[in-house]
Design a protein around this ligand. Structure first.
Ligand SMILES: C[S@@+](CC[C@H](N)C(=O)[O-])C[C@H]1O[C@@H](n2cnc3c(N)ncnc32)[C@H](O)[C@@H]1O
Length: 285
């Protein structure tokens, strides 16, 4: 294919195959996200908002802008991440989490959980609601770290305001207990209660970084629906680092379409898309 050829269907801002290739490589280097050849349309629609905001006329101009303005890289990453999420998504994981918390609280009175691709907050708040209930019964405490690479979704998560329509998977009693209903200008919205918010510490962490600013051990790591964007080697590198942060009896919770059966030197299957670390002594053998 002629790399300078403009894609036919993108008529507002000139966008060539060479521009797409540059953007694809930059995104891969910054985030590990490996875009397929079929994604020019997605890149065009997500980045054209940036071109509009910056009053640029072509993708070539935007690429030059990226090269001259390192501060644009954060907006670039924010625009290209896929942040789809929901409260109590893949619901059976939360039943397993509650059972696991009971087991942990029989041994120790604190549980630590890392939610490693937290997006707009629905996932860490679902974890927090589940653990708050179990911790109360056991007179125990919980620490939750929720992270994402995307600064825009982290701000949304910390604000904790959601459209009422997004709350349909939240059990009625949790909705009453942990959310405040908006009035006036906020009608149709809910806000997470301060008590639930205080259970979650939001941080910006790039899973691709060689060091993460968090202290182990964790009893549970939720890393759902993000590994699918990485190539196999990146997935294994991240999994290995995460497993090293897990307590020996800890759980790694993956998304339903993510399988680590090929990583049997690191983890063993413990349920539907749930893994346990291979014992440390076995790792040394
Ligand atoms: C599809 S969402 C999944 C959200 C949630 N875990 C769930 O399953 O509902 C993927 C999230 O991964 C984040 N992400 C992508 N690349 C990342 C990276 N290198 N480091 C940290 N987070 C990343 C995106 O910003 C996005 O919010």
């Amino acid at each position: 294919m002629d790399e300078t050829k403009a894609f036919q269907e993108f008529d507002r801002y000139a966008f060539s195959a060479r521009d797409f290739e540059f953007i694809r490589k930059l995104l891969l280097a910054k985030t590990g996200i490996n875009l397929s050849d079929s994604k020019p349309q997605m890149v065009y629609s997500r980045l054209s908002r940036r071109l509009q905001a910056l009053h640029l006329k072509t993708f070539q101009e935007y690429i030059q802008w990226l090269q001259q303005h390192p501060e644009e890289h954060e907006e670039f990453v924010n625009a290209l991440t896929t942040n789809l999420t929901a409260f109590f998504r893949e619901a059976h994981h939360f039943n397993i989490l509650a059972d696991h918390a009971l087991t942990v609280f029989n041994k120790r009175k604190t549980l630590r959980c890392w939610c490693a691709a937290a997006s707009t907050g629905e996932e860490p708040y679902s974890i927090a609601m589940t653990l708050a209930e179990t911790a109360k019964k056991c007179n125990a405490s919980v620490e939750i770290i929720a992270s994402d690479i995307d600064s825009r979704v982290l701000t949304q998560a910390q604000t904790g305001v959601y459209d009422l329509s997004r709350t349909k998977n939240i059990p009625e009693d949790y909705l009453k207990k942990y959310f405040l209903k908006g009035r006036g200008a906020q009608t149709g919205k809910v806000r997470v209660s301060d008590s639930l918010k205080s259970m979650v510490d939001f941080q910006q962490i790039n899973l691709l970084d060689s060091r993460w600013s968090i202290k182990p051990p964790f009893d549970v790591i939720f890393c759902r629906n993000v590994m699918i964007y990485f190539d196999k080697k990146t997935q294994l590198d991240i999994l290995q680092k995460m497993v090293s942060l897990l307590a020996p009896d800890g759980l790694y919770i993956a998304g339903h379409s993510e399988s680590f059966l090929h990583a049997s030197h690191l983890v063993t299957l413990a349920g539907k898309s749930i893994y346990r670390p291979v014992s440390r002594s076995a790792l040394r053998e």
